[in-house]
Design a protein around this ligand. Structure first.
Ligand SMILES: [Zn+2]
Ligand SMILES: [Zn+2]
Length: 278
């Protein structure tokens, strides 16, 4: 049997809403969402939150020539790193950006990013992102990116919409479900099928169950829902993700202990963490 192709995910940003540098977040990290998925020699990035700055520098060091960026959606915490993502400006790079929650075409995604990268909000206009092209799809489609990698997509329950992703390689599966709120029976059932038997499921665990009672409708889920879905869908490794900005390392350590009691394979996402899939 030939060896399976390398398949990994690296967490460059794990925080939701706003970057949270400081003494209280040194262990789990303060950058907002950015994930690097590598399948064989293909590179796919999910979101360009503030963590994208570190990933971009790493890509230039490695000599990566191109990448596809799949945006879960365009809330600020998921795009704010794009103006600081060095490969987007670099000569010879090719960055294809995709979004599935907007309808319209690639111009729609470009126009939304343009709102952030426009003087006087930002000193240079989006035209400086010479390496970037913009594509649209409809959540639910299967994409073909990075020269042939198939990625399944699903519409999530989030204000203004969001898209979940499923990557497959040699019988191994990685799912990314953020930003998403449980509670819509139809979407919940679809998500349950989407993540079934996944090796790794990165899941929106912004809130504790106690906090959630006060923020129903805000578009995020809980760590208890993450392990519940993982248990019912036979997920091997659920990963709590999109940490609430005021959550300290101490808080996350406490949640880690609780979550491990509920699901022996569960992990709490930490900036810099690398997981091999399967
Ligand atoms: Zn978010
Ligand atoms: Zn959001």
């Amino acid at each position: 049997m030939p060896d399976k192709a390398p398949f990994s995910i690296t967490f460059w940003g794990v925080r939701g809403s706003i970057p949270t540098p400081g003494q209280d977040t040194l262990v789990y990290g303060g950058e907002t969402t950015c994930l690097e998925v590598r399948i064989d020699d293909r590179l796919i990035i999910v979101d360009c939150g503030s963590g994208a700055r570190g990933l971009g520098n790493h890509m230039l060091d490695r000599g990566d020539g191109h990448a596809d960026v799949l945006f879960t959606h365009t809330h600020l915490d998921h795009i704010i790193g794009l103006p600081f993502f060095a490969p987007a400006f670099a000569a010879g790079m090719k960055i294809t950006c995709h979004a599935g929650h907007l309808g319209g075409d690639g111009h729609t995604l470009r126009r939304i990013l343009e709102r952030v990268m426009s003087p006087p909000v930002f000193p240079v206009a989006i035209d400086v992102l010479k390496a970037c092209t913009f594509r649209a799809f409809t959540a639910g489609e299967t994409l073909r990116v990075a020269g042939g990698v198939e990625v399944d997509t699903i519409a999530l329950n989030h204000p203004d919409g969001a898209t979940g992703y499923r990557f497959r390689s040699d019988g191994r599966t990685l799912c990314i479900i953020t930003d998403h709120e449980h509670g819509n029976p139809e979407i919940d059932a679809a998500v349950m099928e989407f993540v079934r038997d996944a090796d790794v499921m990165v899941y929106d665990a912004t809130y504790t169950p106690e906090e959630y009672e006060h923020v129903v409708g805000w578009g995020h889920s809980t760590w208890t829902e993450c392990v519940r879905v993982a248990g019912l869908a036979n997920v091997t490794t659920p990963v709590l993700f999109h940490h609430e900005p005021y959550r300290t390392d101490e808080d996350l350590d406490r949640i880690k202990q609780e979550v491990e009691r509920c699901h022996s394979g569960a992990l709490v996402a930490r900036q810099g963490m690398v997981l091999e899939i399967g």
